[in-house]
Ligand binder design. Structure first.
Ligand code: XLS
Ligand code: NI
Ligand code: NI
Length: 477
């Protein structure tokens, strides 16, 4: 092909591609004939075809029924709903468009009118609560800017938020509340260098003002936790970054958040959500261990817990179970963002967790932790780009809830059976001796240990029983 032809071809392709993007969402109504003007009026239900989701048991073939999640059933002495404390993530469920770095949105929910108006935000909020009620959960999670649009000034953004939050409060009734709220400090261009770790003092102040307001509305709505996910708190290059100064700023930011929480009487738990990278090349809250070290250094270890997200765990090169155990043994396991990645895709795909083995491992940690309350399981998970029907929103949550419920049942079976725990107990039994107890109490010095080593001669080393452990684990699935 000649250079001129190549240029023509490229121009055509560009035209087609930008045409797709420019087409944008169709104007409302799409296929329902419902009233969809520039007000939050919406005549009728948002999900008329979907029944209230009930438990029907494992033999049910009804796609709109739970097969494993039976809210009132007791497992290990506690109701399933109290172990699991499920929550719907507003941003994925109601703001997710299916768009990705390579393509335009694929989802146009019938109630959307293509605007980011306050009226649209309120209509979406009504959809949120109908969804939550039909699904039968009691909790939801949000960012300030997913539920209400940015205004031209901070005052206007706060006023928009207040208007939508007032409606949310009314729609929540007495049973539903936020599992957590958070501030979105990553989408707006002002946050391109971060919020609390920005090189610009004005941005630091703006981020603080946004968090202050987001904490106030979370408190007003009865939220049980408040999350900090450091979306752009990290760096792209150490060459232009003063890492020590940025981390000190982040420490100060969190200390101020603790003071403000106390000042307004918010008793919810503050949570840091670790993630290793994306969108920044390196995110400061890399993983649970890094976040724990940060909290200790800045005197915040008793003021915060961690929100472990399974997809972030795998991005940091760990398993979700590893991150949960690291958080748990440090007294920091506060909440789980229940999702999973794809083993063949390298980014945060935020899929619903459907792997029963992984869910069982997750629930082993949760049971060891005595549950997550006041935390819970937030479905920080989205439909695949290709799932475009409204009913897919329900199906995705049902499979996600059933998978974790199955994990709970399996983990309980393992605990009640006791064989795996017995294997672990036996593995360490050499420490259940006088000298072992001395070591564990910090009373065995090197001279004593040298004396014992000489007395014992070459150590006897027992089998690690890895395959037996796997066999016992699988027998519960
Ligand atoms: C992004 C995070 C985000 C947080 C809330 O990767 O998971 O969704 O949970 O800001
Ligand atoms: Ni998350
Ligand atoms: Ni994530």
């Amino acid at each position: 092909m000649k250079a001129g032809e190549i240029l023509l071809l490229l121009l055509c392709l560009t035209g087609i591609y930008s045409g797709v993007i420019a087409a944008g969402p169709p104007t409302c109504p799409v296929d329902t004939g419902a009233d969809c003007s520039d007000t939050d009026d919406w005549k009728g239900e948002f999900f008329p075809e979907i029944p209230k989701i009930k438990y029907e048991g494992p033999s049910s073939k009804n796609i709109f029924a739970f097969k494993w999640y039976n809210a009132e059933e007791k497992i290990l002495g506690k109701k399933m709903k109290d172990w699991l404390r499920f929550s719907v993530a507003f941003w994925h469920t109601f703001r997710g468009t299916g768009g990705d770095p390579f393509g335009a949105p694929t989802k146009y929910w019938p109630w959307e009118d293509g605007t980011n108006s306050v009226a649209m935000a309120k209509r979406r909020m009504r959809a949120n609560f109908e969804f939550i009620e039909k699904l039968g959960v009691d909790r939801w999670c949000f960012h300030d800017r997913d539920i209400a649009p940015d205004g031209k000034t901070l005052e206007e953004s706060n006023a928009n938020l207040d208007e939508v939050v007032a409606l949310a409060k009314e729609l929540q009734g007495s049973k539903i509340k936020p599992l957590w709220g958070t501030a979105q400090l990553f989408l707006h261009p002002r946050y391109m260098h971060g919020g609390a770790t920005s090189s610009e003092v004005q941005v630091y102040a703006y981020a603080a003002a946004q968090v202050k307001k987001a904490m106030e509305v979370t408190h007003y709505l009865g939220g049980e936790n408040y999350v900090f996910w450091g979306g752009r708190e990290g760096y792209q290059s150490l060459l232009n970054t003063d890492m020590e100064r940025e981390l000190d700023h982040m420490g100060r930011f969190f200390q101020a958040a603790v003071s403000y929480k106390k000042k307004i009487g918010f008793n919810g738990t503050l949570l840091i959500e670790p993630k290793p990278q994306e969108p920044t090349k390196h995110q400061y809250d890399w993983d649970a261990a890094t976040a724990a070290n940060f909290l200790r250094k800045y005197g915040l270890i008793d003021e915060f817990k961690l929100n472990i997200e399974c997809n972030h765990a795998t991005l940091s090169g760990h398993s979700c179970h590893h991150e949960l155990e690291t958080a748990r043994i440090n007294g920091l396991l506060g909440n789980i963002d229940a999702n999973t990645g794809d083993p063949q895709i390298g980014w945060d795909t935020d899929q619903f967790l459907t792997d029963i083995g992984e869910a069982t491992m997750v629930m082993i940690s949760v049971i060891r932790n005595g549950g997550l309350a006041p935390g819970g399981f937030n479905f920080d998970a989205k439909l695949r780009r290709e799932s475009t029907d409204v009913e897919d929103l329900f199906i995705a949550h049902i499979i996600g809830m059933d998978t974790i419920a199955r994990g709970l049942r399996n983990a309980a079976k393992l605990i009640e059976d006791g064989s795996l725990a017995e294997l672990v107990r036996k593995r360490y039994q050499s420490f259940d001796t006088e000298i072992g107890a001395q070591i564990e109490a910090g009373k065995a010095d090197f001279e004593l240990l040298e004396k014992k080593a000489m007395e014992w001669g070459e150590p006897k080393v027992a089998s690690g029983k890895q395959e037996l452990a796997e066999m016992l684990f699988q027998s519960a699935l």
